[in-house]
Design a protein around this ligand. Structure first.
Ligand SMILES: Nc1nc2c(ncn2[C@@H]2O[C@H](COP(=O)(O)OP(=O)(O)O)[C@@H](O)[C@H]2O)c(=O)[nH]1
Ligand SMILES: [Mg+2]
Length: 688
């Protein structure tokens, strides 16, 4: 099946649905497709029949876990919708969609109010300078609570928020307050809201403001132009009411998106980094091609699919383009439009501002910038900040000795990481294990399910190894004299050094204060290498040593027997000599945890954090949600399987997110316990 392409920038609307899980983003996307005639039957999340949640991992869970692209046409406008997952663990997918769109629609459940991801994504979209809109969905389920929720949203997100329609008939319908200046609503006044919209819109355009103040009527087209500019500037954030399942307010939302939301032509220009500097890219179809690969996925038949937001220029099957610095020519072959699992080919040229997909270009990766070969410069996207992956699991093919499976695993991991910027994988240099890291337990679980189902692997999965570190707490001197003069070539080197603790997070510093050639200058790098060997090997339990300054200040050399390798060994041994005297201790990673829970369980949660050595930093309430947020610092090592335990403590209602915070000293009792299992580790590595 082929679809019409060829939409011009002013006829395109790129919209991301973001917000917390369960607010109704997928249902709303489905309702939009239905209202636009893109599907004939309304799909349901409950019966796993939506266009967006097509992956087995999403259908099994009943909510989205990766973003999906949908499109529809309305009033000769093309609507590119990105339905994103709402779980904090899959927020990376939602963040990745932001650079591709003009408008972020933050969907809020009328029942649950402001939730963790509501706030986070509202702010991230603001940082990306997008137009923002809030949709209060499920108005059928809580019509009485709407006025309070509107007030709460305004107090959380500021005076830029204005309702643009209002519920009527107890949530059975809505009335538009933009086009109309009078009418009956369940609460609030249509006339007053119309005036509010008018006044805050004309404020952004001097000429319009003057005319308005002079008593002239502002025509609808002028009002729309001002309103869009006010949205672009974050001066106005409209609130729209919907009930997705009953398709209430969906036509109105579509009307607002088509008439009152920015197109790529009327939005602020996108930004890119060119040779390190931020530049604005006006959406100009006549300019040479620039595009941002913001999503990569795998299709069972077509293989790798790369989805591109065209920033300037045009693209069709024969347009030559290049990526990165290598300049190797690429060609799309086919230009597709993703729609959930489908990918019809487009018939004509795609213009700047559009979102299209190309298949089978193995060289394309997420966040690549593709460009016309005529454009010079090193381009990179401007991205929202991603959360750090903090939860780790060690994975290993079940058939341990099957070399093929190991190779398959590393290829599969590379593919998964490319699709998800919040997933990391790599070999732990300390343990040799293959470790994958993600935002939370569900995130990792999905990654492992995908590895197994999509790449036909069976994996053994183990709990995370914690990246402990070592440091010193006192200054100390170290010395080593290496002298081997038996048999053939001799070895001689002597090193005196001093080590001192540095501030937490300072890392490592190395300096030489050797005077008069006591150690010839050419051997100093070898001494530093030796010190690095010792840092990596650790002193107490084989954990790497951090936050230490090393000063080499004296030594001796031999005209024949001194060599790099001799000084490297002497440097290493002198450091270990000093380290043993410098009261070494273990450091552990501490994470900042935010736990969302119904208030009733706050006492149980803080009590449970105590034996985990957690330090509660604050307890905040989010009145609309009835949820309380407990913020704490907790050693990462004490959080293994916390997700399950938290669910147990809160009757399944609690959730949490972690972010790395800092390293801190391990208390002596815990240090003894941690080191007890590692006795002998030191000796095994004593190869000298
Ligand atoms: N009562 C009511 N339920 C809704 C509405 N929209 C969605 N839901 C239900 O809310 C749940 C979550 O919806 P979903 O679209 O998956 O939310 P998402 O996680 O934001 O994509 C599903 O069970 C939907 O059927 C609505 O307008 N009213
Ligand atoms: Mg969803």
């Amino acid at each position: 099946m082929a679809v019409l392409g060829g939409f011009r920038p002013q006829d395109i609307r790129n919209v991301a649905f973001v917000g917390h899980t369960g607010s109704g983003k997928t249902s709303l996307s489905e309702a939009i497709l239905h209202r636009c005639g893109a599907v004939t039957r309304l799909g349901m999340v409950q019966t796993a029949t939506t266009v967006s949640d097509f992956e087995p991992e999403a259908r099994a869970r009943g909510h989205s876990i990766s973003s999906s692209l949908l499109f529809a046409t309305r009033d000769s406008c093309e609507l590119n919708l990105i339905d994103t997952p709402g779980s904090p663990e899959f927020i990376g997918q939602a963040l990745a969609a932001l650079p591709a769109v003009e408008t972020a629609v933050v969907v809020v459940s009328a029942v649950n109010g402001i939730e963790f991801n509501t706030r986070r994504l509202f702010l991230a979209a603001g940082e990306m300078a997008l137009a923002r809109m809030i949709v209060i969905n499920k108005i059928d389920a809580n019509p009485a609570g709407l006025p309070a929720l509107v007030n709460e949203l305004k107090s959380a997100f500021g005076p830029a928020l204005h309702c643009i329609n209002l519920p009527t008939g107890g949530g059975a319908d809505v009335i538009d307050c933009f086009d109309r200046a009078a009418g009956e609503a369940d609460f609030g006044s249509v006339a007053e809201i119309h005036r509010e919209i008018l006044e805050s819109s004309v404020e952004v355009e001097d000429a319009a403001l003057e005319r308005y103040l002079g008593g002239a009527e502002i025509e609808l087209p002028a009002l729309r132009r001002c309103f869009i500019e006010a949205m672009n500037r974050g001066h106005v954030v409209p609130i729209v009411f919907t009930a997705a399942l009953a398709e209430v307010g969906v036509d109105d939302l579509l009307h607002i998106l088509v008439e009152e939301a920015p197109s790529p032509a009327s939005a602020r220009p996108r930004r890119l980094r060119r040779d390190g500097e931020q530049v604005e890219i006006p959406c100009d179809p006549a300019a040479p091609l620039l595009g941002h690969v913001f999503k990569v996925s795998t299709d069972p038949y077509l293989g790798k699919l790369s989805t591109i937001r065209l920033l300037q220029g045009t693209l069709d099957a024969r347009t030559p383009f290049v990526r990165g610095a290598d300049g190797r020519p690429l060609k799309a072959g086919h230009v597709l439009k993703l729609e959930g699992r489908d990918h019809p080919e487009i018939e004509s040229m795609a213009y700047a501002g559009d979102i299209v997909t190309v298949a089978k270009l193995e060289d394309l990766h997420v966040n690549d910038i593709v460009r016309s070969p005529a454009l010079a410069g090193d381009f990179a996207p401007v991205l929202p900040p991603y959360p750090q992956p903090m939860m780790s699991l060690a994975v290993e093919p079940n058939k341990k000795n099957d070399k093929n499976d190991e190779i398959k695993l590393s290829g599969a991991l590379a593919r998964l990481i490319e699709e998800d910027p919040t997933l990391r994988a790599g070999q732990d240099p300390q343990t040799g294990e293959t470790v994958i890291s993600g935002i939370g337990e569900q995130h990792l679980k999905v990654a492992i399910e995908r590895l197994e189902s999509r790449f036909h692997l069976t994996l053994d999965v183990k709990p995370p190894k914690i990246a402990y570190r070592e440091t010193i707490t006192a200054r100390a001197e170290g010395h080593h004299r290496l002298k081997k003069q038996t048999g053939g070539a001799g070895q001689f080197a002597e090193v005196f050094l001093r080590i001192e603790p540095m501030a937490r997070g300072a890392g490592f510093e190395f300096a030489s204060e050797v005077f008069g050639g006591a150690i010839p200058t050419q051997y100093i790098p070898a001494v530093e290498k030796g010190v690095h060997d010792a840092l990596a090997a650790g002193e107490l339990g084989g954990f790497p040593v951090y936050d230490v300054r090393v000063v080499v200040h004296d030594g001796k050399s031999h005209p024949v027997d001194s060599k790099d390798i001799a000084f490297r060994t002497a440097g290493k041994m002198a450091f270990r000599d000093a380290c043993a005297k410098a009261q070494p201790v273990l450091l552990e990673p501490i994470v900042a945890v935010e736990i969302a829970t119904p208030e009733a369980y706050v006492g149980d949660i803080t009590a449970d954090l105590k034996p985990r050595r957690g330090r509660v930093l604050g307890v905040d309430t989010a009145p609309a949600t009835g949820m309380t947020i407990v913020r704490a610092h907790v050693p990462l090592g004490e959080l293994a399987q916390y997700g399950g335990q938290l669910r147990g403590l809160t009757g399944g209602q609690g959730s949490f997110v972690v972010e790395p915070s800092h390293y801190d000293f391990v208390p002596p009792i815990v240090q003894r316990r941690l080191l007890a299992g590692r006795e002998g580790a030191r000796d095994e590595r004593d190869e000298d």
